[in-house]
Design a protein around this ligand. Structure first.
Ligand SMILES: Cc1ncc(COP(=O)(O)O)c(C=O)c1O
Length: 497
């Protein structure tokens, strides 16, 4: 498999002809800047491209792709769609980056942020509280599973993961188990990019340039049943128990007294949406209890409705010791992340001088907390969890229609979170070699899907997959639109192999 220079992120070198496909013109027209500034759709277009090329550094992106091509510039969003500077419309099949649960352009959420900025734009959570952080912490404690009732805010998912590892380490040091520092996580799982989170991340390609990383990251198998080892390839239940038992074997190999935590996503994102087999998490919970290891449910993607529940662990019926979250909590109207823990983990820090020695300036930002509260109001008012649960079978069925294409090997996921694995040979499940993967994903698919009006993700951090995670407001008409675009682009891709 390739070691991508921009893992999993599409190069979108823009549409060379700038054409606006029929039926996809924004009825409101492009958001023009009439003053010739770096606006969109007007005389500022060229200047914007030039300034972007000169000064902007995109994340996980081959910047050379844009040396002679325009960067895609998204200027506004409305509902399930976003619009570029020429007014062309795109179905947001990835909720930006697994973020925009309620969809784009929600005035009431934007206004909640503006009101908060006017009232108290900023105050730190270092030694002080502010009302929105208190209200949000209380609300999250009510929504969270079991005894998770204490919220430590961050600004991002990486910081949430970093915080959870630091808490686990300091917790064990404080409670006398000084040797516990290691973390187990799954092959090719993504848990963030800061140094600690990167040590937990299981993608060799994005780790190597930054080694040495903090010590203690240990890999265990993921739950990709499509690529299960032969001895459990025909039995999902047996596969799940094998994968869970591999966690026990790793704990024993490393020495239980050295292991602090296991970090798992409810549905693993990287590699293309691996749901947990039945019985997997129940077995993992037993193993963690047996060896005194903390179970961290990394729900940066899977919380806030992505799987039809406020938390992914609720869907699969397991009780984590820590939940990390970010993204969908605010639907992206402002950045916010955090972790939820129980009184048990808080207890060593409740007496005397004991202090969790960790914090970041913008964690629990008042504007972000106000936005999160307004976002959760929308969840309730519009019963978005109900919408996902009512429509997820239709989403699956629509995507499974693509199974008739020779290039589609596997369609997998849960809720509104799906991966479509692409193969060179369906019968043998043969994947693409490096060159084909490069040509197919980078050279054609990412660009073609975007040109066809669909924001999604062509990812080859594991075997090549297309990922979909649309806003939770989507319904059958959006699923059909995704299927049609995917069908036509994947059909074309097959002819180019
Ligand atoms: C499971 C998981 N953990 C952590 C992160 C890192 O979050 P952020 O990009 O907000 O730092 C991500 C990001 O996609 C993620 O999917």
């Amino acid at each position: 498999m390739t070691t991508p220079s921009h893992p999993g992120y599409p190069d979108h070198p823009g549409r060379a002809d700038g054409a606006i496909p029929q039926g996809q013109v924004d009825p409101m027209g492009p958001a023009s800047a009439t003053d010739g500034s770096l606006g969109s759709g007007g005389p500022g277009d060229l200047a914007m491209q030039e300034a972007a090329r000169r000064h902007l550094w995109l994340h996980f992106t081959r910047m050379s792709s844009y040396a002679d091509a325009d960067m895609p510039v998204i200027v506004r969003g409305s509902g399930q769609y976003v619009y570029d500077q020429k007014g062309k419309r795109y179905l947001d099949g990835l909720s930006g980056l697994f973020v925009s649960q309620i969809g784009h352009g929600r005035r009431e959420v934007a206004e909640a942020g503006a009101r908060q900025a006017a009232e108290l734009a900023y105050f730190p959570l270092w030694s002080y509280a502010h009302p929105r952080a208190v209200e949000l912490a209380e609300r999250l404690a009510t929504l969270a599973p079991g005894d998770l009732n204490r919220v430590f805010f961050t600004t991002s998912g990486s910081e949430a993961v970093e915080s959870a590892w630091k808490l686990a380490k300091q917790y064990f040091k404080t409670t006398g188990e000084h040797g516990r520092y290691k973390v187990l996580s799954r092959d090719i799982a993504y848990h963030g990019t800061s140094m600690g989170a990167l040590a937990i991340t299981g993608l060799p390609g994005i780790k190597h340039p930054f080694e040495p990383l903090p010590a203690g990251g240990v890999r265990v198998p993921n739950t990709n049943f499509y690529r299960a080892p032969g001895f459990v390839a025909d039995d999902l239940g047996a596969f799940g128990l094998w994968a869970a038992d591999e966690i026990e074997r790793a704990i024993l190999r490393e020495g239980p007294e050295s292991v602090a935590a296991v970090f798992l996503e409810p549905v693993q994102n990287s590699g293309g949406c691996f749901p947990p087999p039945p019985g997997y998490f129940a077995r993992v919970r037993e193993i963690c209890d047996r060896y005194g290891v903390l179970l961290v449910s990394d729900e940066v993607i899977c919380a806030f409705g992505r799987l039809g529940y406020y938390f992914g662990s609720q869907r699969y019926g397991y009780q984590p010791d820590i939940i990390t979250f970010a993204k969908g909590l605010t639907s992206g109207y402002a950045p916010l992340g955090g972790m939820l823990v129980s009184d048990r983990l808080m207890e060593p820090f409740s007496d005397g001088p004991a202090t969790f020695l960790h914090g970041v300036t913008f964690a629990g930002h008042p504007v972000s907390c106000a936005v999160a509260l307004a976002n959760l109001d929308v969840f309730e008012k519009e019963d978005l969890l109900g919408n996902v649960r009512a429509n997820e079978a239709a989403f699956r069925a629509t995507l499974e229609k693509l199974n008739d294409l020779p290039i589609v090997g596997d369609v997998r996921g849960d809720g509104y979170f799906y991966g479509i694995e692409l193969v060179k040979d369906k019968a043998s499940r043969l994947t693409f070699d490096e060159d084909e993967s490069e040509r197919l994903l980078r050279g054609f698919l990412s660009q073609a899907l975007f040109d066809a009006g669909l924001v999604c993700r062509a990812d080859d951090r594991g075997d090549p997959v297309i990922q979909l995670a649309p806003p939770l407001t989507c319904g059958p008409e959006h699923f059909a639109e995704m299927e049609q675009i995917l069908r036509s682009v994947l059909t074309e891709a097959w002819t180019r192999l």
